[in-house]
Design a protein around this ligand. Structure first.
Ligand code: SF4
Length: 365
């Protein structure tokens, strides 16, 4: 049951969201137990492989170049550095690595070639690999799929109606189009939203309605609460009540029984009791590590202590889908072959030059 047919309309979702809290949590927990192991929570790591300098204007995002925020920007990481970080994340219990680059869209350039290599390398470590790179075409999605990408993340953020209040540089339909391209390439989809941006409850369920209307809803739905960062247009937003996060998680769980609901940004504002209620209500993943791209996240040790107290165990990789095969990338292979041929030519030219007798200059007296 990919979607719960009882909640196909905005009205039904709204009634669900507004149910007495404990009833809502009970209903969500009942569904959660039918489709998931309630004692397993996946630890995922989010790695910013290219930080800052993004031309988009997402009002919540410190990585947008137009906002004055206090982040350490950097160009695309090299592949070895990513492998090292992935190994550390795995050693600390993460079974999924999400690599994020602050791009408007994927371009067919050397940076993308490198990302393809990163995907292959991390998939070879037996971790689920997810990428969030902005808009992408079907061909680019196919290239990532061929390299062994497990999921592509592209959030809708909020309802179609509220979206324009937060982002003006690309349309909701652009986002839907990217999700569609990922689907056509055979990737699983990770897509969710942020609450606490000043939206109404109708917008929160409006986000879920957008997923209800898809032919296949996302396999993974991250639920974030806004981390209001100084320098962004949403810096003054007041934090939401923890109950709102619990309601959103529970409503998402009931509406999409099979999807993985990820308790994502904003956990530093939640106490352990509230997080426990989220797990009970169907959240089965957290992001581990002290940073979520650029915003703070609970320390690794705090999470381990929470797992111990709640009796949770980290979920292993590929419980929700087979490990993708990493095939050689035809574009990178061709470029490597060309580079080798060029190097060979250069060597030969150098050898030839070494054996070459300099022309004797005959001076005429
Ligand atoms: S959310 Fe992504 S697309 Fe939007 S400004 Fe930040 S990095 Fe750019």
């Amino acid at each position: 049951m990919k979607i719960n047919p009882e909640y196909r309309t905005k009205e039904a979702l709204l009634t669900l969201y507004n149910k007495p809290l404990l009833e809502l949590v009970f209903e969500a927990a009942t569904i959660h137990r039918k489709f998931h192991n309630p004692n397993e929570v996946q630890m995922s790591s989010l790695l910013s492989i290219k930080t800052g300098g993004c031309p988009e204007d997402c009002g919540y995002c410190p990585q947008a170049a137009r906002y004055q925020t206090d982040i350490d920007t950097h160009k695309l990481m090299n592949v070895d550095m990513v492998i090292e970080q992935a190994k550390n994340a795995k050693a600390n219990g993460s079974s999924r690595l999400c690599m994020g680059a602050a791009w408007r869209e994927v371009r067919d350039n050397r940076d993308f070639d490198k990302v393809v290599e990163m995907v292959q390398a991390v998939n070879n470590l037996d971790m689920e690999v997810c990428c969030t790179l902005g808009m992408l075409s079907e061909d680019q999605a196919k290239r990532l799929k061929n390299a062994g990408l497990f999921a592509y993340n592209h959030n809708l953020d909020s309802s179609k109606e509220f979206y324009g209040d937060v982002i003006s540089t690309r349309e909701y339909d652009d986002r839907l189009n990217t999700i569609d391209n990922a689907r056509k390439a055979g990737l699983t989809v990770c897509s969710g939203g942020i609450i606490g941006m000043g939206e109404a409850v109708e917008d929160r369920v409006g986000l879920l309605l957008s997923y209800m209307e898809m032919e296949t809803p996302p396999e993974s739905i991250p639920i974030n609460s806004l981390v209001a960062v100084e320098g962004t247009p949403l810096e003054e937003q007041k934090p939401i009540e923890q109950w709102e996060m619990i309601r959103m998680v529970a409503t998402s769980r009931i509406a999409f029984p099979e999807s993985v609901i990820r308790l994502s940004a904003g956990r530093t504002k939640m106490n352990m009791e509230a997080q426990a209620l989220c797990f009970m209500a169907g959240a089965s993943s957290i992001f581990a590590g002290d940073k979520l791209l650029t915003t703070p996240n609970p320390e690794y040790n705090e999470d381990m202590e929470m797992f111990r107290i709640l009796g949770l165990t980290p979920k292993l990789a590929f419980q929700d889908g087979d490990k993708p095969v990493s095939n050689p990338d035809p574009i990178n292979e061709k470029k490597k072959a060309e580079a080798l041929a060029r190097e060979k030519e250069l060597m030969e030219a150098k050898k030839e030059a070494e054996g070459f007798e300099p022309r004797k200059i005959v001076t005429v007296k």
